[in-house]
Design a protein. Structure first.
Length: 493
């Protein structure tokens, strides 16, 4: 998304929405250009009303620093403006549509800086100009790696000037895409390896390639590595990495997992080679798989706990049918209800990708089960939403809500009244849940401490020990209110 600062700059230009999208695509990918050319890049957009008007000057809308060399700019230049004529190289690249190179270095502070400019062509118009700034002293003693990087950079800058880079419908624009420093391989038009950086050699060596890379067909190298246990693909590796098309894929064998990205190089409409970026992602992928396995195991555990609880519930239900004592039968029925409430939480966790529960779904199940057992018609009302709770809070909360609802149905609404209202207030510090009914009310002199009701004792114990909260029962007008207050945890909001 473009920042307001950049949008204000764009307002002074002739750029169409499509032009802006194109520049966004370029900015998303030009770390590659900066790293290959060991240079700071600045994107200048001409200030003019339309493409027929002569530009008044330029405004800088983006700036990238290389990860392969020291920056030549200590400060960000975004928003800087130049008048027409202040920088002849920008003017020449814009007016002639040609890359301006071989200029004399200029002293900037303590550094001798060489500047080159590249026009950005799109839909037949020069919509911007890239200025490239490098330390001229470092350029004098270039290694083989640096020479190859710069030659590749020149090819891609030519593509920018011809409007063929960034490649349309690129599928790899992500922070996790391979970078130049991860490993680079240069291919000729036939797919043969011309140059491989040390990191690329190391990555392919870990994948199983033990001889020299150069002069080998890259697709053949991958075929040889994949034959050592790689996953089957619909296409051959030679076809995928022939250099004809932009492709990105993983090569996964028993030794390593390599993230591979191939970018075709094009000049005057003809393919002149390709660049392959290689990244060893073995540990990263294995860690991801381990996390997925762990998550799947945790969900399976919750599923089995749910099944076991349902088995316990069924056994208790069978036992209650054989008991003749009404009090014992009632106690077993209450135990069945409590076990079922815990099972609902584990069932929800077994289908979740995280150790969290959307508690409103749990509440709906609890209230549905409770109303089925009610002996009198009851109007239900719910205000507010519970939201998401961690597993540590969800289980005791489910039991507390179950007990409070059944207490209202069995004692408050069993004789008179017809309304059960649950009100939820989720704050930054505390969560307040009120279970309200308009039934017969509380016995005279009622207190939690003196109550012999097992359900209310469970509510009190879970509230204080598990939820670290408080519970109050009171009569307000013709309503009985159970007010549950407990701290909100970060995983509950």
């Amino acid at each position: 998304m473009t920042s307001p600062r950049i949008e204000a700059a764009y307002a002074q230009t002739a750029l169409s929405p499509e032009d802006k999208d194109r520049l966004s695509e370029l900015i998303a990918e030009w770390q590659l250009l900066s790293d290959l050319s060991f240079a700071d890049l600045i994107l200048w957009v001409p200030k003019r009303k339309d493409y027929q008007s002569w530009p008044q000057g330029y405004i800088a809308v983006a700036h990238i620093r290389p990860t392969t060399a020291a920056t030549v700019f200590a400060f960000d230049v975004i928003g800087d403006e130049l008048n027409w004529g202040d920088n002849p190289r920008l003017d020449q690249a814009l007016s002639q549509g040609e890359i301006v190179r071989d200029t004399e270095p200029e002293q900037v502070g303590e550094l001798l800086i060489k500047e080159e400019t590249v026009p950005v062509l799109y839909n037949g118009h020069i919509i911007a100009v890239i200025s490239r700034h490098r330390d001229a002293v470092q350029m004098r003693s270039a290694s083989r790696l640096e020479i190859n990087y710069r030659e590749i950079a020149h090819k891609i800058y030519r593509m920018v000037a011809e409007g063929t880079f960034p490649i349309q419908n690129s599928i790899y624009r992500a922070e996790s895409a391979p970078r130049v420093g991860d490993g680079l391989i240069r291919l000729d038009p036939n797919g043969s390896i011309v140059y491989a950086s040390p990191n690329a050699r190391s990555a392919l060596s870990r994948g199983g390639w033990e001889v020299e890379l150069e002069d080998h067909i890259f697709g053949g190298v991958l075929e040889a590595i994949a034959s050592g246990g790689g996953e089957a693909t619909d296409e051959t590796w030679s076809a995928i990495f022939s250099g004809k098309n932009l492709r990105r894929t993983d090569l996964d064998n028993s030794r390593a997992i390599l993230d591979l990205l191939i970018i075709p190089l094009i000049e005057d409409g003809d393919r002149i080679g390709a660049v392959v970026l290689v990244r060893d992602v073995t540990e990263l992928r294995r860690r991801d798989r381990a996390l997925l396995t762990k998550d799947a195991t945790i969900r399976e555990i919750h599923h089995r706990v749910k099944n076991n609880l349902q088995t316990v519930s069924a056994l208790l239900r069978l036992q209650s049918r054989r008991v003749e004592d009404p009090e014992a039968s009632q106690a077993l029925a209450e135990a069945v209800r409590r076990v079922a409430s815990i099972a609902i939480v584990h069932e929800t966790l077994s289908t979740s990708s995280a150790e969290t529960v959307l508690f409103d779904e749990v509440y709906d199940r609890i209230i549905h089960n409770a109303i089925e057992l009610s002996v009198r018609p009851v109007r239900l009302m719910k205000t507010g939403n519970f939201g998401v709770f961690g597993a540590q809070q969800a289980t005791p909360l489910a039991l507390v809500i179950t007990e409070l609802i059944h207490n209202s149905l069995e004692h408050g609404l069993a004789v008179s009244g017809d309304l059960l209202h649950v009100d939820v207030e989720v704050g930054e510090e505390n969560i307040i849940v009120k279970v309200i009914d308009n039934g017969v009310g509380l016995p005279s002199g009622f207190t939690f401490e003196s109550s012999s009701n097992l359900g209310l004792q469970i509510v009190r114990t879970l509230t204080e020990n598990e939820l670290k909260g408080t519970i109050k029962l009171s009569r307000v007008g013709n309503e009985t209110q159970a007010i549950l207050t407990f701290p909100a945890r970060k995983d509950s909001l």
